[in-house]
Design a protein around this ligand. Structure first.
Ligand code: ATP
Ligand code: ZN
Length: 226
């Protein structure tokens, strides 16, 4: 299903934390575009590169299916979906090509304010609420800790107050959300930022050269930024 195409297609988040910085980075790399009426596609004008605007969670799958060649997505989402595929016995379908330096956050344990962090003693038998079950399960398995993973799609930090879990494993940037629910961040499971994701294998046909040009330009912009 790797259709022959002579334009590169990049998936970015339609609306959310990564949208503006992704578009700003692409503009700094010299892209300009025209929006489609329904804002699904942004058609590239200066280069043969089109943008597809989607939910961030859909980006790894779009790359896996060959619908998009590249994507801008949080490492947290990319690694979670990679581990999910691995646990189903599927071959790797996408990989991180570059860290992009924006959208920084950490996947961390959040425990009740009055707990001392001692995972080996504390975690067995507990319920841990998270939106990242594959990442959390791997962290637990690597340490031989048996705890229940409670998967939630949002508002994970409310789970302890609602009695659904004793602690959480959630994305943290300032820690304010955890603090307002009487939780404290204690251990980093994954250090995250937005990344440029691509297929596990090579990009085919004329798109390979366009992707290389884009990556050289992105590297140039990122170098000037730090
Ligand atoms: P979508 O509608 O696209 O599914 P979303 O609600 O999943 O949106 P956002 O909340 O916009 O997504 O977060 C997108 C990404 O921003 C996260 O996956 C993560 O990589 C990054 N991020 C940075 N800081 C935070 C934070 N404090 N909380 C959550 N995500 C953060
Ligand atoms: Zn999402």
């Amino acid at each position: 299903r790797d259709q022959l195409r002579d334009r590169l297609r990049i998936a970015i988040q339609k609306s959310g934390r990564l949208s503006e910085p992704a578009l700003a980075l692409l503009a700094a790399a010299g892209l300009s575009w025209q929006e489609s009426r329904d804002k699904l596609f942004y058609y590239g004008e200066s280069l043969p590169i089109d943008l597809l605007l989607v939910r961030d969670d859909d980006i790894p799958g779009l790359i896996a299916d060959g619908v998009c060649d590249l994507g801008f997505v949080g490492r947290n989402v990319l690694v979670e979906q990679d581990y999910e595929r691995q646990s189903r016995g599927e071959a790797p379908a996408f990989r991180e090509l570059r860290g992009l330096g924006f959208g920084r956050c950490k996947l961390m344990f959040g425990i009740p304010d009055d707990w001392e962090w001692d995972p080996q003693a504390q975690l067995p038998g507990t319920r841990i609420a998270t939106s990242y079950p594959a990442l959390l399960s791997r962290w637990l398995a690597e340490r031989n800790i048996e705890a229940s993973v409670v998967t939630m799609s949002g508002s994970v930090e409310l789970a302890p107050r609602l009695g659904q879990a004793e602690l959480v494993c959630d994305l943290v940037s300032s820690g304010a959300t955890l603090a307002s629910n009487r939780l404290k961040p204690v251990e980093v499971v994954l250090d995250s930022e937005a990344v440029l994701a691509g297929p596990a294998g090579a990009i085919a046909d004329a798109r390979a050269g366009i992707a290389e040009l884009l990556m050289r330009r992105l590297d140039g912009v990122l170098k000037l930024r730090d």
